[in-house]
Ligand binder design. Structure first.
Ligand SMILES: Nc1ncnc2c1ncn2[C@@H]1O[C@H](COP(=O)(O)OP(=O)(O)O)[C@@H](O)[C@H]1O
Ligand SMILES: [Mg+2]
Length: 258
């Protein structure tokens, strides 16, 4: 279980205070949770706290009963995929993925690198350098690096938003296929309502500055999700209304919240 107890992170002071407001919540193992909210409401800050990259101003976060801190991030147990792949340019694809196993991979872990490369369809590019890759391929390397240690919790920060529309659809579908049946826990930050509805068993809406959770929904739509289904559209309108966008683009096909 992931537990957040009055977790917050503030930057600045007085009227200029921003960051993440006070958040308390529990996420069960196996849940796929999407966290949506407008730009600047603290989504990345929340993810960085859970990745042990940031120290909270108040409260604490625990994964499987162990507190996550900067000095004790749960490396290996928690994988992170950022908006941009952040590959090391002087490492090959394979070396970048291997990096996800930490500084001293055990000999028995080597096969995991090849296995995950296969799963993201990059076996043929194992020896390539990052500069030789397309944006979609580079992001798949980032995903492989996060998954190689078989983390029980995966945090994704708008991982598909830098891709063009077609590649975004491809990689979303690919990722969902990878995820199926793993029983792992996923927290996906996105400002894209369609993406949240494609993935999530639960959607949290974060709003305000500093942001707080204003809605928490169970999404029981059958899988695979179909964007054109009436129930999908119903949820979409509801989420747009929560974000104060219902009247702005009621018939838009794809509404990013930027
Ligand atoms: N290191 C930082 N120093 C100062 N302000 C920050 C820092 N990181 C984030 N912020 C501010 O906190 C707010 C939330 O940022 P962020 O979590 O990146 O939002 P989101 O990911 O939802 O767009 C923003 O106003 C941002 O400017
Ligand atoms: Mg962000």
């Amino acid at each position: 279980m992931l537990e957040l107890h009055s977790l917050s992170r503030r930057f600045g002071s007085g009227d200029t205070r921003a960051g993440l407001g006070t958040v308390s919540l529990r996420i069960d193992e196996g849940e796929i949770v999407a966290l949506i909210g407008p730009s600047g409401c603290g989504k990345s800050t929340l993810l960085r706290l859970l990745a042990g990259l940031e120290e909270p101003s108040t409260g604490r976060a625990l994964w499987r009963g162990h507190e996550i801190t900067r000095t004790r991030p749960r490396h290996g147990e928690i994988g992170v995929v950022f908006q941009e792949p952040r590959l090391l340019p002087w490492f090959t694809v394979r070396q970048n993925v291997r990096f996800g196993l930490g500084p001293k991979p055990q000999p028995g872990e080597e096969p995991l690198v090849d296995e995950v490369l296969e799963r993201v369809g990059l076996t043929r590019f194992a020896a390539a350098m990052p500069k030789e890759l397309s944006g979609g391929m580079a992001q798949r390397v980032g995903i492989a690096r996060a998954l190689v240690s078989r983390p029980s919790l995966v945090l994704l920060d708008e991982p598909f938003s830098a891709l063009d529309a077609l590649n975004r659809l491809r990689l979303q579908n690919h990722f969902l296929t990878l995820w199926e049946g793993t029983g792992r826990t996923l927290l996906l930050v996105t400002h894209d309502i369609d993406e949240a509805l494609l993935f999530a068993s639960r959607i949290l809406v974060l709003s305000g500055s500093p942001g707080e959770i204003v809605a928490d929904y169970r999404i029981a739509l059958p899988r695979p999700r179909v964007r054109t289904d009436a129930s999908f559209q119903h949820w979409k309108e509801r989420l747009l209304a929560d974000l104060g966008l219902a009247e702005v683009h009621p018939f838009a096909d794809h509404v990013p919240l930027i």
